[in-house]
Ligand binder design. Structure first.
Ligand code: CP
Ligand code: NVA
Length: 303
């Protein structure tokens, strides 16, 4: 039984196959109308969502399956009943579980006790569906992912972690540019660096935007993630030098921009760039649906 808790569970050729399938599903939706026919998938959310909720629901419908949404009324899993009981009950009814949780350990518990595939749709450590949509979007614009240089600017969070790991497996150079003390988790960076040794990807962490001159793609995310109660005003000045704006694109020569959204316009990214010609952000949002369909199709129809 295969799951997707983070992208380390797939090797390079398997990730490439997922991206290729996502692109095929986007190009030829009619061929996949029964891809999940008769399958029921529960989508659990401990946190807010727009893109993830809607793309899983509509995506599953497009493949002929049925999605059951469990919202935040159910609160944090493990409170009303144990994560184990959640997983064992759901497994008796559904063919797959998609879960957005506060704590990665909840996903480990679901995976341990479920008898159906579990997909991480964001936790404190990773956001693998997002990273796969991001690399699918990059692949739509660059023929060879091993020649792409991706710069992530801002908080070294779950999204940064998944980009580092996925880039490391696929052979894409990834540099995280963060203020001192806000970089990615050292253990996750080391894990990504280990994977990069096999693919030849170059990974780095820096606090200097000059280090990403000549890069191809700039990426950013919120400076305060869900579950962190720090007021934006308390961190804004520290992060402002890492804003993606036109001056950054001019100084670095970077041609394309990504943002997982939700965006805080005029904070981590300016509207000028988000709505401008370098932005691939809405393609990226659309691709969440196609890549997630590729993930579900692959995991739920596994032998
Ligand atoms: N990017 C993303 O996961 O968006 P939502 O939080 O709206 O699902
Ligand atoms: N890092 C953000 C991503 C939102 C999609 C968060 O966890 O809130």
């Amino acid at each position: 039984m295969r799951h997707l808790l983070d992208t380390t569970e797939f090797n390079k050729s398997e990730l490439e196959a997922l991206i290729a399938l996502g692109r095929e599903m986007k190009a030829n939706p009619a061929a996949f109308r029964t891809g999940l026919a008769g399958k029921n998938i529960v989508t659990l959310f401990e946190k807010q969502s727009l893109r993830t909720r809607v793309t899983f629901d509509i995506g599953i419908n497009r493949l002929g399956g049925h999605a059951v949404y469990l919202d935040q009324q159910n609160g944090v899993m493990g409170q009303r009943e144990s994560v184990k009981d959640f997983a064992m009950n759901l497994s008796r009814w559904c063919d797959g579980i998609v879960a957005r949780v506060f704590d990665h350990k909840t996903l480990l518990g679901l995976r341990e006790h479920a008898t159906v595939p579990v997909v991480n749709s964001l936790c404190n450590l990773y956001h693998p569906c997002q990273a796969l949509a991001d690399f699918m979007t990059i692949a739509e614009n660059y023929d060879d992912l091993s020649k792409v240089k991706l710069a992530y600017l801002g908080d070294g969070n779950n999204v940064a972690h998944s980009l580092l790991i996925t880039g490391a497996i696929l052979g894409t150079d990834v540099t995280v540019v963060s203020p001192k003390g806000s970089g990615p988790d050292a253990q996750i960076f080391n894990l990504a660096a280990e994977l990069a040794r096999q693919s030849g990807a170059k990974l780095a962490v820096t606090d200097n935007c000059a280090d990403i001159r000549g890069f191809d793609v700039a990426y950013t995310d919120t400076w305060v993630s869900m579950g962190d109660n720090t007021p934006m005003d308390a961190v804004k000045d520290k992060f402002m030098p890492y804003q993606i704006n036109q001056a950054l694109l001019d100084n670095t020569g970077i041609r394309h921009v990504l943002h997982c959204q939700p965006a805080h316009r005029e904070l981590e990214i300016t509207s000028e760039v988000m709505d401008g010609p370098a932005s691939l952000i809405m393609d990226e949002a659309e691709n969440r649906m196609h890549i997630q369909n590729a993930i579900l199709h692959t995991l739920i129809n596994q032998a």
